[in-house]
Design a protein around this ligand. Sequence first.
Ligand code: SAH
Length: 241
Amino acid sequence: MWRASVLTLFPGMFPGPLGLSLAGDALARGVFSIETHDIREHGLGRHRAVDDAPAGGGPGMVLRADVLAAALDAVAPRSDARPRFLMSPRGARLTQALARDLAAGAGVVLVCGRFEGVDERVIEGRGLTEISIGDYILSGGEIAAMTLLDACVRLLPGVMGKAESGGDESFETGLLEYPHYTRPREWEGRAIPPVLLSGDHARVRAWRDAEALRLTRERRPDLVEDRAGASPGSPPQRPRG
Ligand code: SAH
């Protein structure tokens, strides 16, 4: 079973959307598990304090290194080989390639930040890799963690309906996906492109490849350049967040 351990101040947010639809079915069938751990259980004193004022001054509060380390050590001792991530806007950007790598492993340990962030020393001291879901600021790491988990669990064997309904998708080929159509044949005066109704699989394939390339050039020229620049065996592109 692929195991996710999530450290959060809001365990009630999980499994959230991952408890529904395909992911929810897979969760119920035991294809993967999500264990949440409340960081506050390791908080200090009568009030179970987890944060304190930033050294050097400034607004907001910072998650304490000692509290977070105690939580991490309880959840994932050093013998736990799963990769450990801190959800963080400063991290490398989450990509489909990373989701594939992670889905092929044993699972992940995810730390959800809150407030201004976490004390730098626990990132270093517990070897956390910072990972971002994009260039914007969320109010906490939970939605980012769910995003990472969703991208991984849909790739686990037996989660998606059809095994092959993963390989064609945007980013899997290095390109954005071609347009989709379904019945009716004509809708508000717009017809399905005739080639898709021709029954000629080679022509359909060629049309889809051409459309994928056209759309990618139009919307994400950076992806086409990446492909042109990539030599066989070169590592996947992981833009910094
Ligand atoms: N002061 C920080 C932002 C803190 S936001 C800064 O300027 O970098 C609070 C928490 O939300 C972070 O600790 C992180 O866990 C989470 N978070 C916010 N934006 C995120 C993003 N784009 N990707 C992943 N996690 C994010």
